[in-house]
Ligand binder design. Sequence first.
Ligand SMILES: [Zn+2]
Length: 297
Amino acid sequence: MRKIMGFAVFLLTCSLLGAAEKAPLKVFVSVDMEGIWGVVHSEQTSSESRDYSYARKWMAEDVNAVVEGLLEAGATEVVVNDSHGSMRNILPQDFHPRASLISGSPKPLSMMQGIDGSFAACVFVGYHARAGTTASILDHTISGASIRAIRINGLELPELGINGAIAGYFKVPVIMLSGDVETCRQAKAILGSELTAVEVKEGIGRLAAKLLPAEEARRRLKEGAKEALLKRDKVAPFKLGPPLNFELEFQTSAQAEMPALLPQVKRSGPRSVAFTANDYLEGFRLMRAIIALAAAS
Ligand SMILES: [Zn+2]
């Protein structure tokens, strides 16, 4: 009997210790491709092109280094959303065995699919600067062929801001971003100076960059993720509105014609349309539908 009691106390202690260790700490990661180490050209990021098979491996290596750092800092669950093009870039066999991968598209929240209020932090890996940035690899905003600028409440935002506001909607701070020097600068300016920015390359032009040595890039990604998660309380969630005024400026006047037919959308200029929303996710969804309509023109 005493032995059994002793064993029961042992089990209880173990489970209490286990519970103390395993308070959930969930991290959401959105991974794009243009800001991945090694990438300098669309012939690497487009699934039809020659060097794509290499770039998708670099993408997995960058994100795996980040996952490793997050786990070392105590993350109990890491969910990674593949966020570029077809969103089927990372091959499951190349992916970190202790993280979950969201693969494929379309997805209602696109690059932010999977996030909700249960996450403690959000990380952007391989992100790029907004359309119209000097010396930054493959600068664009959502769709290079259709979009010249996206302004929300008058603020011209790159994808890191548009997506950062989705994290903010769920009260989740964006604690870290990786990409080129210019993208890191935009991240700090928009999402806050306490964000950990990891520069894996320095843009020389839109299609040329000086890369960090590979080992050093992956070391900085891992250490950056670890540090960022440990000091996550220093970063405030990025919130916009309400009310929210969305303005989309297209590349051509033709692209504004079909979106302007929607009842809640008005033509705000020869190449632009605008609408207002009270809920950020509602506005985000309408914005995506408008971009799809513009692309079809
Ligand atoms: Zn992309």
